[in-house]
Design a protein around this ligand. Structure first.
Ligand code: PLP
Length: 426
């Protein structure tokens, strides 16, 4: 019925579906609107056939982007200094998206020995099944990385610092080695979050003469900031590399939900404040834990003596000179509110478990980046394939420091340490 006014239809069920009220344009508020769609409507068939989603000039289907996801992508590009961004439904999906876009049978990917665990599980599972081999390199030994690159190596994953054991690599040196060998570098930038250093401008002088090719980020952590969203991003500065990742993303159907994108957009303006608050609190508690007799080692890249500390200082410690260890160096530069401790080997695993159970404010749980402090005991021996002489013997416990008051968290740690370890203390 050409020309029929939708709201003139007889049946209420038709009229409620085709209601044609359009609110006035020009609504302005602090946050962008939330658009949610599977179906996107075209004005006619010709428009449907000619619409282009790959360059973000228009919309074709919810999976290929909405104003909300496009807005989030552009803001994340700004945060990390990239030009193109693709969103995934988790940080791990971002890592998988990169692998499936760039690797094929016969290729090899190199991972640091302290890689985010599920990334290694992907290499051992799907990648191995598709005939893609992987090797593990020592993140603190550039010669080892250089020696492991073969003509089959297509991709090198980088992490600064590594997950759980927190070794900070010479990221600039690693990228130089990969560039000289023509190998693509992908950084898991979840810890740095675009705030501790600029992944596409590692010299930090705005020249972009040295940077990674790909930055993958678990938005689940700091960008979401509340422990209630899973999302990932893959950011690039090269249109061809981006298009490979984007086409694989499209074929795998890796969409994100509008409400989740909105939640990240809402938390993004406070990311800098939150990051600095988590960082400052974590350093105070890490320094305090260093003094406790049950603690054999504190693994925090901003603390002198932590594995790779000099690399952290060179990359993230802007303005930090050769000041000696102490409160001064420990409050400059940028680091996430995340660190691990090794509980002295004289204590048993069950004592360490009791310590974690005895914490009241620290909750036991994976992930990080939200307001609540978290603790996880890890079994180091099962996580490392090669010896790590820079790690003291003992049992590893990882902390994420939330937004609670530092004296309350310190008191909580103290009471749990006393209860779990007092009997066997020195
Ligand atoms: C959490 C995390 C991921 C994965 O993010 P999810 O959204 O939980 O899948 C990847 N890399 C690092 C370093 C992480 O901490």
């Amino acid at each position: 019925m050409a020309g029929m006014n939708h709201t003139d239809a007889d049946d209420l069920s038709t009229r409620i579906v085709h209601h044609d009220y359009i609110p006035p344009a020009g609504f302005a508020a602090l946050q962008p609107g939330v658009y949610k769609a599977s179906t996107v409507i075209f004005p006619n068939v010709a428009a449907m056939r000619t619409r282009e989603w790959k360059d973000k000039s228009s919309y074709t289907y919810g999976l290929h982007g909405t104003p909300t996801t496009f807005t989030l992508e552009e803001r994340l590009c700004m945060l990390e200094g990239g030009l193109q961004c693709v969103l995934q439904p988790s940080g791990l999906a971002a890592i998988a998206n990169v692998a499936l876009a760039l690797l094929e049978t016969g290729d090899e990917v190199l991972l640091p020995d302290n890689v985010y665990g599920p990334s290694l599980a992907l290499a051992n599972g799907e990648l191995a099944r598709f005939g893609i081999r992987h090797g593990l390199y020592d993140p603190l030994d550039k010669a080892d990385l250089a020696a492991r690159i073969t003509p089959a190596t297509r991709l090198v994953w980088l992490e600064a610092p590594g997950s759980v054991t927190m070794e900070f690599p010479d990221l600039c040196g690693q990228v130089r080695i990969c560039r000289a060998r023509g190998v693509i570098t992908a950084l898991d930038n979840t810890w740095g979050a675009g705030l501790a250093f600029a992944p596409f401008d590692l010299t930090g002088d705005g020249s972009r003469s040295l940077g990674v090719d790909i930055s993958a980020h678990a938005l689940t952590k700091f960008p979401s900031g509340n422990g209630d969203v899973l999302m990932g991003s893959v950011i690039t500065r090269d249109p061809e590399l981006h298009m490979k990742i984007k086409l694989t993303h499209m074929r795998l159907g890796l969409g994100v939900a509008g409400n989740d994108a909105e939640a990240v957009l809402r938390a993004l303006p406070s990311i800098g404040l939150r990051y600095r608050a988590h960082d400052a609190a974590a350093r105070q508690l890490a320094l305090w834990l260093q003094q406790q007799p049950a603690i054999a080692q504190v693994l925090h890249p901003a603390l002198a003596g932590s594995p790779g500390h000099a690399h952290w200082q060179a990359l993230c410690g802007a303005g930090v000179t050769e000041a000696p260890c102490g409160a001064d160096t420990a409050t400059r530069g940028a680091a996430a509110g995340l660190f691990s401790v090794i509980i002295d080997a004289r204590y048993t695993q069950s004592q360490v478990d009791a310590f974690c159970d005895g914490l009241r404010l620290f909750k036991i749980g994976y992930s990080w980046g939200g307001p609540m402090s978290l603790v996880v005991p890890y079994h180091l021996a099962s996580m490392r394939l090669r010896p790590a002489p820079h790690l003291k013997p003992g049992t590893l416990v990882r902390f994420f420091i939330g937004l609670e008051a530092v004296p309350d968290l310190q008191q909580d740690l103290q009471q749990a340490l006393e209860r779990a370890f007092a009997a066997d203390g020195p």
